[in-house]
Design a protein around this ligand. Structure first.
Ligand code: MN
Length: 244
């Protein structure tokens, strides 16, 4: 059986700065996302960060699954907020491309897995809002920009028993990495929370309406070699894509 094609969103990376201005840009997608999709049995296909939305739709046509990758902050305007001073690294064209890809996938019934920025743009796309900077907006929150080695699992996440996230991960309690300063604030209608850290920060969302949608705030692609439970999220995506 052929591997299902999983489209991965990408971003623009400035190169060869001169006088502080990039001379050209590259299209980038983390190798870890590509490797995780392949390890889970999918055929990864990187969707270029494109400004032409009809080209986005046409390029997505062969995709059977959609992976929304991590990256910079979603523009506050996407969810009707004023930008926070600590919000940064925004790319309006990437926001537009991913909003188009999400709308396309939902209309086509194509499964969506969101990771980090992916959970955020997904929540915003469906009408939710974001915490723009955890340290300055959530007093008492634990450290969520932990960094360290890519596979360092710095905080514990509690997963709702019986949820899609719990089934995909094969557990209701796991340690994860954490590389985010933003998070989901108001959950969009059509989504529900299925994992949190002890400080209440949302670490997973899934559809409450039976749509094939799953998203996490941590980075399973960085840790699936050392902790195989994380590969379960990609297996869910690939199996849901194959079942269409
Ligand atoms: Mn976190």
């Amino acid at each position: 059986m052929p591997r299902p094609i999983i489209a991965l969103t990408s971003w623009r990376h400035p190169r060869a700065a001169r006088d502080g201005e990039p001379q050209w840009t590259d299209i980038c997608c983390g190798d870890a996302y590509v490797r995780a999709v392949a390890a889970a049995g999918g055929a990864p296909l990187v969707l270029p960060r494109l400004a032409e939305l009809d080209a986005v739709r046409d390029a997505l046509a062969p995709a059977q699954g959609l992976l929304l990758t991590g990256g910079g902050d979603v523009q506050a305007a996407v969810y009707g907020a004023q930008p926070h001073p600590r919000s940064g690294r925004q790319d309006p064209a990437r926001d537009a491309m991913e909003l188009e890809a999400i709308a396309w996938a939902r209309k086509a019934g194509v499964p969506i897995l969101g990771i980090c920025r992916g959970i955020q743009i997904l929540n915003a796309a469906l009408g939710g809002t974001l915490i723009q900077d955890i340290p300055s907006e959530v007093p008492g929150a634990m450290q969520h920009w932990i960094g360290g080695d890519a596979d360092y699992l710095g905080h514990e996440v509690a997963v709702e028993p019986g949820s899609l996230a719990a089934r995909a991960l094969g557990t209701t309690s796991l340690a994860t990495n954490s590389w985010h300063h933003q998070a989901v604030r108001e959950v969009a209608s059509g989504l529900r929370v299925t994992a949190r850290t002890a400080d209440g920060i949302i670490e997973a969302l899934e559809s409450s309406a039976g749509e094939p949608i799953l998203a996490v705030q941590f980075h399973p692609e960085m840790s699936f070699d050392a902790a195989p439970a994380f590969l379960g999220l990609f297996r869910w995506l690939v199996e849901a894509a194959a079942a269409r």
